[in-house]
Each structure stands twice: as structure tokens, then as C-alpha cells.
Design a protein around this ligand. Sequence first.
Ligand SMILES: O=C[C@H](O)COP(=O)(O)O
Length: 291
Amino acid sequence: MEANKYLDALKKHPLKLTDEEAKRSVDQIIKSGFDNNNNYEVYKTLYSCIDHTSLNTTDSKEYIWNFTEKINAFEGSDPEIENVAAICIYPNFVETVKESLTSNIKIAAVAGGFPSSQTFIEVKVAEISLALADGADEIDIVINAGLFLDKSYQEFCEEIMELKEVCKDKTLKVILETGALISAENINNASVLSMYSGADFLKTSTGKGYPGATPEAVFIMCQAIKSYYKATSNKVGIKVSGGVSTPEDAVKYYTIVKEVLGDDWCNNQLFRIGTSSLTDKLYNEIIKRRK
Ligand SMILES: O=C[C@H](O)COP(=O)(O)O
């Protein structure tokens, strides 16, 4: 995009709410919609939207192998429940997951200098290329928040465009690290620029070092995705991550996505929950609610 296109894109998709208005709106959405979605069928949908995540300093080949084996064991074990959407790991474990995975789910890798994104573009390109070569289906990168906050939008967008080019037809999820962007305006603007730069999904948080997902941030991101869809007919997905640890949290985010974006987004093609602690809890809740 040429220089004026960045500002044009932001003008085309302005934030129409203050932070306070966004909070009131999303609180009302949750209040009026939560109970309708707090049910067995939605829980099963949510389970199928999970990016089952392990991003620990202590992760090892053996641990990730066993982590994957648990997902393999679940496959087909319960005819009523579709397996999780993806396994999400550090890039150096893609090979391990590829070798051990027997279920038909996606392999997602964080890459590009996760979680700070503070490294050379050459390193980001190499890390993504290696993860893809090992078999990753999806790549989760973090925005260059420094460039964004400095309003260096051309460099900001060109970096995402370059990394999307490396991914080709593989899914690129762009982590906004909303806990670092803080304001609704920053979250809206980072969403808009990331989508025009090639993001297939917008993702809230790394879960590392900054506050994770919030209903307000997800609401703002969904509004931006809706506005972008109206302008371009392109559907960009939403991935909620960072501290999503209870079935109730997941239902709240589902409620926001359903209300703002509609049923088209309420599946794992366009809605994911990145989590390291929800999967078993959600399964247990589903079993509890089974008649
Ligand atoms: O998607 C990736 C996140 O790191 C998961 O965050 P969490 O460990 O708070 O569930």
C-alpha cells in the first residue's frame, strides 16, 4: 500500500465508540446473550474452535509428543464432539507434532519472534519458513507494536505483508497484543491495518507478559472485522487468546462474536480460542450437560 493508503484505510474504518461506550455495549451484549449461548450445543462448538496450546519455556519433544498423543486419543472417542481445531506450539516443535499427530487437525505455530516480535525481519522470515517446511498449517505472529505505536504505518504494514507472502496460502493469524495497545482506538487501528496487510485472523494476545483477552478488545476487533467485511467482502477470522480458562469465559466471547459478526463466524473456520487451560474443563462441562 502506498503511504496515503494507510491513513485512507484508517479513515474508512474509524472507531465509532469511546472506550467507555465500548465497555457499556459489550457488557450489554453479554448480559442479554450469555444465557441463550450457555448450552450443550454451543459448548461443543466452542470445543471444536480451540487452538490447544502449549507455549512453555519448559516444553520438550517428549512433552509435546505426549501433548499431541492426548489429542490423538480424543479423536473419534466421542461421536458427538468434534476434536479441537488445532494444536498451537513453538515453531521448533512443528516437526514433533507432525510426526506424532494422527488426527485431522491443524498445526499452528507461533513464529516471527514470538512473543515480543522484537527481532530482525530476516529472522522472522526464516522462522516462519522453517515452521512451514516442517508442516505448519497456520502461523501466529505478533505485530511490531513499536512501529504501530510510533505510527510508522508503512513499515508496520509492509512487515505483515512480507510475512503473509512467506505464508502464501497458509493461514496467518496476527496477534495485536491488545493488552499492550490498551485503547480502543489503538486496537481498532491495528486491526484495520493488519487486515489490509493480509491477516487471515486477528488474535488478541500472546498470553505472555501483557494482560490477555478482554471482552472490550474482542468487541472492538469484531467491529473492525465487520467493517472490513462490508468494505471488501473478505471475512477475517477472530482468535481470542490469553487467559481464556473457563467455559463461561468462552461463552462470553462466543456471545460477542455471534452478536457482532453473526453465525457465519461461529465455527472454527473464522473463530478460534487459543488456550492452554480450557480444553479439559470444557470437555468435562459438555459431559456434565449431556442428557
Ligand atoms: O494462544 C496462545 C496463548 O498463549 C494462550 O494463552 P493462555 O496460556 O493464557 O491460555
